[in-house]
Write a protein that binds this ligand. Structure first.
Ligand code: A3P
Length: 306
C-alpha cells in the first residue's frame, strides 16, 4: 500500500481509509500522519500504542453494530478495531490472554478511547464475567433492533453465506415452523432475538449505568441523535456533525463523510430481506411480545417494535 493511498478523513486524530482497498477497509493511522512529534511517540504513556478497549459494542448481531462502530470511528477521540475480535466468547482466543487481545486493538494516542465490536459477546454466557474481570469500569454499548427484523436479517446473512459457498439452505419458514406444531423456538435466530434473556447476565456483572442501549432503528432513520447520546455516554466531546452523514438513495441508508471522503457500508449491510407471510409475522410478534416487555423493563425504555 503506497502512502498516497491513505486519505485523510478528519483533522487531527481521525479515521483513515485505505482507499486502494475500497470502502470499508479501515487502516490504523500512520503515526507521522497524526501530527504527533516523533519524540512523543516513544514516550511511554504519551505514545501511540495499542491499548485495551475502554468501550465495547457487545451486540446485538445484525442490530447495526458495524454502522455504529464506523460512525463512532469518525470521532477524533475514538480508535476502533476494524475486525471483530471474539476474545471473550471464543475459548481459543481467550486462552491467548490479554496480551493477545491488546495486539488486536488499533494504535491510539493519549486521550483517545479504544473500541471494539463483537456482537457474539451479547449471547455468550462467559463474556459478561470475563469483561468485568478485565475492567469493571468498561462502557458497554448494546444496539438493538426489532427482534423480528433482526431474526430475518440473521437468516438472510446465513443464506447469503451458504449460497456463496454453493451450499443449500432451507427457506426461512421451514426453519421457523415445526410443521403444524407452531414456532420452532429453538431456532438459533429466534433465540438470539430474546434480548432480555441475554441481557440479564450483563446486568448481573455491570451496573446499568455502564450499559447504553442504542436504538438500531433510530440509527438507520437518523444517525446523529443516537450518536450524540453515545458520545455523552462515552464521555466524548460532542464532535460528530450533521455533515458527517448523508443519505445515499442507491444504498437506501445513510453513508459516512469525513472531509472529502465518502464511505458507505459494504454490500453485506442493508441486504434485501426475503418476504414473510402476514400469518408468520403475527406469530413471531405474539411470541416476542412478552420477551420484549421484559427487555423494556430491564432497560427502562420502550421501543416501537411489532
Ligand atoms: P440488514 O442487512 O438486514 O438490513 P450488523 O452490522 O450488526 O451486522 O447489522 C447489520 C444491519 O445494520 C443491516 O441489516 C442494516 O439494516 C443496519 N444498518 C444500520 N445503519 C446502516 C447503514 N448506515 N448502512 C447499512 N446498514 C445499516
Amino acid at each position: 500500500m503506497g502512502a498516497g493511498s491513505l486519505v485523510r478523513g478528519w483533522p487531527g486524530l481521525g479515521p483513515w481509509y485505505d482507499a486502494s482497498r475500497g470502502h470499508g477497509n479501515w487502516v490504523p493511522p500512520r503515526k507521522e500522519a497524526l501530527g504527533l512529534e516523533p519524540a512523543l511517540q516513544t514516550r511511554g504513556a504519551n505514545s501511540l500504542q495499542r491499548r485495551l478497549p475502554q468501550g465495547i459494542i457487545i451486540g446485538v448481531r445484525k442490530g447495526g453494530t458495524r454502522a455504529l462502530l464506523e460512525m463512532l470511528a469518525l470521532h477524533p477521540q475514538v480508535a476502533a478495531a476494524h475486525a471483530e475480535v471474539h476474545f471473550f466468547n471464543r475459548e481459543e482466543n481467550y486462552r491467548r490472554g490479554l496480551g493477545w487481545y491488546r495486539q488486536q486493538m488499533p494504535f491510539s494516542g493519549p486521550g483517545q478511547l479504544t473500541m471494539e465490536k463483537t456482537p457474539g459477546y451479547f449471547s455468550s454466557p462467559q463474556a459478561p464475567e470475563r469483561v468485568r474481570a478485565m475492567d469493571p469500569a468498561m462502557r458497554l454499548l448494546l444496539i438493538v433492533r426489532d427482534p423480528v427484523e433482526r431474526l430475518v436479517s440473521d437468516y438472510t446473512q446465513i443464506l447469503h453465506n451458504r449460497r456463496a459457498r454453493c451450499k443449500p439452505y432451507p427457506p426461512l419458514e421451514r426453519l421457523l415452523l415445526r410443521g403444524d406444531r407452531g414456532l420452532n423456538t429453538r431456532y438459533k435466530a429466534i433465540q438470539r432475538s430474546l434480548y432480555a434473556l441475554h441481557l440479564a447476565p450483563w446486568l448481573a456483572a455491570f451496573p446499568p449505568a455502564h450499559i447504553h442501549v442504542v436504538d438500531g432503528g433510530g440509527l438507520i432513520r437518523e444517525p446523529l441523535p443516537e450518536l450524540r447520546r453515545v458520545e455523552q455516554f462515552l464521555g466524548l466531546t460532542p464532535s460528530l456533525r450533521p455533515d458527517n452523514f448523508y443519505f445515499n438513495q442507491t444504498k437506501g441508508f445513510y453513508c459516512l463523510q469525513a472531509g472529502a471522503h465518502q464511505h458507505c457500508l459494504d454490500e453485506s449491510k442493508g441486504r434485501p430481506h426475503p418476504p414473510i407471510t402476514e400469518q408468520l409475522l403475527e406469530q413471531l410478534c405474539t411470541y416476542f411480545s412478552a420477551h420484549n416487555e421484559h427487555f423494556f423493563s430491564l432497560v427502562g425504555r420502550t421501543f416501537n417494535w411489532c
